[in-house]
Design a protein around this ligand. Structure first.
Ligand SMILES: NC(=O)c1ccc[n+]([C@@H]2O[C@H](COP(=O)([O-])OP(=O)(O)OC[C@H]3O[C@@H](n4cnc5c(N)ncnc54)[C@H](OP(=O)(O)O)[C@@H]3O)[C@@H](O)[C@H]2O)c1
Length: 352
């Protein structure tokens, strides 16, 4: 009898998640049936979407997430014992029984990791997995960058943003990365060869953005939303393209997530709120911009193309990659909240 450990979603998050919102429990797993396999987690991913999607999760369910796991028992010939897989929808658990079939929504439940060719298996949760494909397809398909253009990427030192910026360099663009610390900026410029970096916490952000983009902005890859994105969109050139990937600046804040903002009325002495509508529309119309949101699973039919290309770029030395690894399944929550607060550089991973 195998005992699994899993995190159960106990209480809806309010603001930044609290440790008591999740509960770590043990569960005895039944023997596997024909068509099933049992996998043991090796690496788990913590991602911003877990915070963004939490309001839709039923209480009592296993908390969502993907993992790299090893098949340790199998009655399914597609998932033989000893193989390493990505358990896409396994959640925060140490052991999982699955039949490997796609979900009702057509999402892949699990896939065998293609030959990593000497690269770490954990890369399958980052550059050679969902975040890598988010950068590859979300940037190339929506922004369609041309050599010589100026690209701005927010969340630039994270899992997705750090890859977007490097792909933009591969395509011959000038790249400005926006992130939240000078140390991250040093990594972006010195190691990843971004052209410029701006700290979004800098009180002179708008001035620095202007100075860093003397020819305006042609492509914007938006990971954060909010005020910073509004300022960048208002720097865009005619026929610019905006790929809307995420809006992490609002995930822990109900009002911001809905695009509302509170204002202090100086004369009548009260707070009122207004929707942000109108903040970017003028730029979108006057500069004839294309702004498109996406979910990476749109390119499920080309999933392994993205992985193959990113792997090739790593092998050619064109794509550098970093992970922030937290040790221990017991530290999942800590790793999650740390990532939401900018503690990671590159992909945030938990090693069991
Ligand atoms: N559309 C899709 O299919 C898809 C797929 C994957 C990811 N995403 C989205 O892509 C974005 C990046 O995801 P990721 O996995 O690469 O995460 P990540 O960038 O590795 O980690 C999150 C980062 O967000 C930054 N952050 C936190 N609060 C912020 C704020 N108020 N303003 C600006 N930045 C803030 C932090 O870096 P700093 O130190 O710079 O603050 C933190 O390190 C997220 O919005 C995510 O939801 C979308």
């Amino acid at each position: 009898m195998v005992k699994a450990r899993k995190y159960v979603f106990q209480k809806q998050f309010e603001g930044l998640p609290k440790e008591t919102d999740l509960k770590l429990v043990e569960e005895e797993l039944p023997p596997i049936k024909d068509g099933e396999f049992l996998a043991e987690a090796v690496f788990l991913s913590v991602d911003p979407y877990m915070r963004a999607y939490a309001p839709q999760l039923p209480l009592g369910s296993t908390f969502i997430g993907s993992q790299v796991a090893k098949v340790i028992e199998s009655k399914n010939s597609s998932f033989p014992v000893g193989q390493y897989i990505v358990g896409n929808s396994f959640g925060w658990r140490t052991h999982t029984i699955s039949d490997g079939k796609p979900t009702q929504a057509g999402q892949l439940t699990a896939w065998l990791i293609p030959d990593p060719e000497g690269l770490p298996l954990s890369y399958s949760l980052g550059v050679l997995g969902m975040p890598g494909n988010t950068a590859y397809f979300g940037f190339l398909e929506i922004c369609r960058p041309k050599s010589g253009e100026t690209v701005v990427v927010t969340g630039a030192a994270g899992a997705v943003g750090s890859i977007v910026g490097q792909i933009a360099k591969i395509k011959g663009c000038t790249v400005i990365g926006i992130a939240g610390s000078e140390e991250k900026g040093k990594w972006l410029v010195d190691e990843l060869k971004f052209d410029r970096f701006i700290n979004y916490k800098d009180k002179d952000f708008e001035k620095k953005l202007k100075a860093a983009t003397p020819k305006g902005v042609d492509c914007y890859f938006d990971n954060v939303g909010g005020e910073i994105s509004t300022q960048i969109i208002n720097r865009m050139n005619k026929f610019g393209r905006i790929s809307v990937c995420g809006s992490i600046s609002g995930y822990n804040d109900k009002e911001k997530a809905r695009g509302m903002r509170f204002w202090w009325h100086p004369v009548q002495n009260y707070y009122f709120f207004t929707f942000l509508a109108g903040a970017v529309q003028f730029a979108v119309v006057s500069q004839q911009l294309k702004m498109e949101g996406f979910i990476v699973h749109r390119w499920l039919d080309r999933w392994f193309e993205g992985i193959k290309q990113n792997k090739q770029w790593i092998k050619e030395g064109k794509l550098k990659y970093r992970e922030s690894v937290t040790e221990g399944f017991d530290n999942m929550f800590k790793a999650f909240v740390d990532m939401l607060q900018g503690g990671n550089t590159g992909k945030a991973i938990v090693k069991v």
